[in-house]
Design a protein around this ligand. Structure first.
Ligand code: SIN
Length: 507
């Protein structure tokens, strides 16, 4: 295997979190590895919402933190939410200074929009649904101009390298079919979420939890993996991934109807269309399961202005033969965000020395059981930068390497079968029977294909969903529909693998 030595920080992944870390690490040299070309393959560039931040006169970080904590259904780490919300306004200003073209009011202040479960209009957006692409455009320009950053595209993470003292000292990556060892002073994982483990997802399909799975295989502590957020309104036209229909449309007054045109959300929650995201997702799931269908009627809310105000959604609808100016849009819940991930502190440090994690692959504790809308790009910018600064202080290890096992990749057909099982059994509604079936399917796939990182990620979700015998936020158990005592999950893969599902659940 070829060996490459990088005297600095290695960042794996090039969404907003990874690139924020890379920029913040200056002047320490940073090598960024990405599978796809910059700007693709990362959920950040697909984000339609924006960054939630207390930028308005009538707002304050403490109010934003309170909304974040309320949405998180008892599991938000309040100290981390305070960091996120206090540093939020500066993070938005820093992105604007890089060139992100946020919408502005006539007086130059940031224009802010309302999204579900926010007590204030506090989402800084770009031209309706363009925030992710526009912000990433500005950040990528900054990265390409930064003399301390080198970007290499076409690299897939295959394993973490540890020294004999247990410190993470680099990675094994695959490029052009060959494996290469890359040694570095510190590794920042910014590999994104697990949407591609689900048959229905709004995220890039290549995000199959490999960073999470490899960190778990290396022994990192994993937090809250059972908490997955399903966006209520993905466009239901059979596309994979499913295009997102932004929540901002509901913020502008679009409403949900069944096939007969009857509004149904008031049957489920007093806040109707602006109820918490998990409530809306379950309501849509129920209407569809009952055969009534679910559609978002935007004809009055966006109407003739749809193409100018929500160009991404408009283009996706029109490409699927749905004219949202003239007809309600068919919608379905789809996997959108993973609240769980590699457990980190406020500077991105994980339980493994030398390893940092940022963005969706991390679990800082700010999202709890249910992420508040538009807090994820904010988390990526705030905690990405903090991790970049911290990792830049790391010094190289001179200890010998542990031998490394490079796990197999999951073949395409097996991945498709896993995706169907995850959507069926670890989706909007769950129960012990379905989750047991899912775990049995993961065992069977692993027996045939080996301990692929994506199977490890799926196992963490399934096993911890079995163990959480209650309903909370994005985790709804039909066989335990009420919340129990609030507690976060912190596990290692050894613990998950060593215990039988039943024993694990009993603890
Ligand atoms: C949306 O635009 O509906 C998604 C925003 C988010 O996921 O935070």
């Amino acid at each position: 295997m070829n060996i490459l030595r990088h005297d600095g920080v290695l960042v794996v992944g090039a969404g907003l979190a990874g690139l924020s870390a890379a920029l913040a690490a200056a002047p320490t040299p940073v090598l960024v590895l990405t599978g796809a070309a910059l700007g693709s393959g990362a959920s950040s560039a697909w984000a339609q919402g924006g960054l939630a931040a207390a930028l308005a006169e009538d707002d304050a970080p403490a109010l934003h933190a309170a909304d974040t904590i309320a949405a998180g259904a008892g599991l938000v780490d309040a100290a981390m939410a305070a960091v996120l919300t206090e540093e939020g306004p500066a993070a938005v200003r820093a992105l604007a200074a890089l060139g992100a073209p946020f919408d502005r009011n006539a007086d130059g202040s940031f224009h802010q929009s309302l999204e579900a479960a926010h007590s204030r209009a506090r989402v800084a957006r770009v031209k309706g649904d363009q925030a992710g692409a526009a912000i990433m455009g500005a950040v990528i320009a900054g990265v390409l101009a930064a003399p301390h950053i080198e970007v290499r595209a076409g690299y897939r993470l295959r394993a973490l390298l540890k020294d004999v003292e247990g410190r993470v000292v680099g990675v094994v990556a695959e490029a052009d079919g060959a494996l290469v060892q890359i040694r570095s002073h510190a590794v920042i994982l910014a590999t994104g979420g697990i949407g591609g483990l689900y048959a229905l997802t709004t995220t890039p399909a290549e995000l199959i939890g490999e960073g999470l799975g490899l960190a778990a295989q290396a022994g990192a502590v994993i937090a809250d993996p059972e908490f997955v957020q399903f966006h209520p309104t993905a466009l239901d036209v059979g596309a994979d991934p499913a295009p997102l229909v932004t929540e901002a449309l509901r913020g502008e007054g679009a409403f949900l109807v069944d096939r007969a045109g009857r509004r149904f959300m008031a049957d489920y929650h007093p806040d109707a269309e602006l109820a918490p995201r998990d409530v809306v997702a379950r309501a849509i799931h129920a209407e569809r399961a009952a055969g009534r269908g679910a559609f978002l009627d935007c004809r009055e809310a966006a109407g003739a202005h749809f193409a100018e105000e929500f160009p991404t959604v408009f283009a996706a609808c029109m490409a699927a033969g749905v004219d949202p100016r003239a007809q309600p849009i068919p919608v379905t819940p789809a996997c959108h965000y993973h609240m769980g991930g590699i457990a980190t502190g406020a500077d991105g440090a994980t339980s493994l020395p030398g390893l940092f994690a940022v963005g969706e692959v991390a679990s800082t504790g700010v999202h709890g059981a249910n992420r508040l809308a538009s807090n994820s790009l904010l988390e990526a910018a705030v905690f990405g930068a903090r991790a970049g600064c911290a990792a830049a202080q790391a010094v190289g290890s001179s200890a010998a390497l542990q031998s490394v096992v490079v796990p197999p990749l999951l073949p395409r057909e097996a991945l498709q079968s896993l995706r169907r099982a995850m959507s069926r059994d670890a989706g909007v509604l769950r129960d012990a029977r379905g989750l047991d079936n899912l775990l049995a399917e993961i065992d069977a796939l692993e027996a045939v294909h080996g301990r692929a990182a994506s199977l490890t990620a799926a196992r963490l979700v399934a096993a911890c969903a079995i163990a959480r015998v209650e309903s909370r936020g994005g985790h709804f158990r039909l066989d335990a529909p009420r919340p129990g005592a609030p507690r976060r999950t912190f596990v290692t893969l050894n613990e998950v693998e060593a215990r039988s599902a039943l024993k694990f659940a009993a603890e």
